[in-house]
Design a protein around this ligand. Structure first.
Ligand SMILES: Cc1cc2nc3c(=O)[nH]c(=O)nc-3n(C[C@H](O)[C@H](O)[C@H](O)COP(=O)(O)OP(=O)(O)OC[C@H]3O[C@@H](n4cnc5c(N)ncnc54)[C@H](O)[C@@H]3O)c2cc1C
Length: 380
């Protein structure tokens, strides 16, 4: 059973999502953007600042509470859900955990006031091989001069600032030559929106940094220490990104189950056919097992459990791959209408696939799980 505070949070986010997002989820997907007034309302609820501590004016949610909030947003609009994941979890985490007091005061407070952040690691050259990034930051007096291109960056068109992984050392130093900087959007960041299959509206973009002058004080942690922080950020991100999949799975299950009770074939509702019962029961089990594993990973993250990195990867691998299976089954239950734009399942089918790729592919999660089992990964 859910703790009372988590239950209250779930109901309030569900109410918001039903009232404010349900009517626009299709528009967000079709137009590939979130309308300005919707963005403002989501921000005013604190959903783009979920993990910002109360000391800086944020909601100060735990990882588990953030998962529940993101799950409920994503049940209605996974685009808004993934935006909350990035701005509310993956952006505050490195600043709150490794940033200076000044960075916390400036950027965590900005998020709490409705600002939006983005996390920029992936480049055209390299996603899984993050230690090979080429975006450069040269120290020039009291500033870094940043040049390079990032790609597939969520939130980019809406973002006030970016957390950017940059190379401050030599390429051959790989992960040891990488640092993390906070870069303001103005005046030098150029954004080109990409046309993606799913999570449309979340602003997935190519982001170019052209001679961006960034104060030295915007360094998060130590010079050359950014790779470890980026990886720790991805560990939390794997849990909160998987929460979007949980919301998608819940929505697909509800849609297919309702349909199976209404639709008749051979004189009975299709739910009375054993083979449809097989699909519905399978979906119910996948949904519940996904919730159990993801909530357990979130609890372990909140406790700072030594095995939480493995749990984050196990949960992401399971939820992503079984989520794809669940939505495919939902479409099967619904027949032709599930494959048409008349049904939300068509969008959910496009959306869920991303979770097998973003924040580390399934293959990378398997690698992390085995490295952890071999005792080669430990959180700091
Ligand atoms: C919608 C969307 C939103 C995203 N948002 C962000 C964001 O906000 N910020 C950000 O920084 N990035 C973001 N990404 C990028 C995402 O994290 C990368 O796409 C992902 O890490 C994979 O990198 P890649 O696309 O370069 O694929 P590659 O790394 O080129 O991988 C291609 C294939 O090779 C496999 N592979 C690669 N290396 C290995 C290996 N060592 N062992 C086994 N298999 C391997 C992969 O598993 C995959 O199957 C987003 C991506 C998408 C699709």
């Amino acid at each position: 059973m859910e703790a009372p505070n988590v239950g209250v949070l779930r109901s309030s986010v569900r109410e918001f999502a039903e009232k404010r997002l349900k009517g626009v989820a299709k528009v967000i997907d079709e137009s590939n953007r979130v309308p300005e007034d919707v963005l403002k309302d989501v921000a005013s609820m604190g959903y783009f600042a979920l993990r910002v501590p109360e000391d800086y004016g944020g909601p100060g949610l735990s990882v588990l509470e953030s998962v529940v909030a993101i799950e409920e947003l994503s049940r209605v609009s996974s685009a808004v859900g993934i935006m909350a994941t990035v701005s509310g979890s993956m952006v505050p985490y490195p600043i709150a955990t490794y940033g200076s007091i000044e960075l916390k005061e400036k950027y965590l407070s900005l998020l709490a006031k409705g600002g939006i952040g983005a996390f920029a690691l992936t480049e055209p050259c390299c996603g899984s091989d993050a230690a090979a990034i080429t975006t450069r930051a040269e120290l020039d007096g009291g500033e870094f001069l940043v040049n390079g291109t990032k790609t597939y960056i969520t939130n980019a068109p809406y973002a006030d600032f970016f957390i950017v992984a940059v190379r401050t050392g030599r390429p051959e130093d790989r992960h040891r030559g990488i640092s993390l900087l906070v870069v303001d959007r103005e005046p030098c960041v150029k954004i080109s929106k990409l046309e993606m299959l799913g999570y449309r509206g979340s602003g997935t973009s190519e982001v170019k940094f052209e001679d961006c002058r960034v104060p030295r004080e915007n360094l998060i942690g130590e010079l050359g220490g950014g790779f470890k922080i980026a990886m720790m950020t991805l560990n939390e991100g794997r849990i909160t990104t998987s929460a979007t999949a949980l919301g998608i799975m819940q929505a697909a299950f509800e849609e297919a189950f309702e349909y199976s009770k209404q639709r008749t074939s051979m004189d009975v509702p299709i739910i009375e056919h054993q083979m449809v019962q097989y699909l519905i029961s399978e979906m119910a089990v996948l949904l519940e097992t996904s919730k159990l594993l993801l909530y357990e990973a979130a609890r372990k993250a909140d406790e700072g459990h030594p095995d939480y990195i493995r749990y984050a990867s196990m949960a992401k691998l399971y939820v992503a791959s079984r989520g794809v299976d669940l939505v495919r089954m939902a479409m099967q239950v619904m027949g032709g209408i599930g494959y048409s734009k008349e049904s939300i399942v068509e969008r959910l089918y496009r959306d869920i696939k991303m979770v097998e790729i973003g924040d580390g592919t399934n293959e990378i999660q398997r690698m992390v799980i085995v490295r952890s089992l071999l005792g080669r990964i430990r959180p700091k």
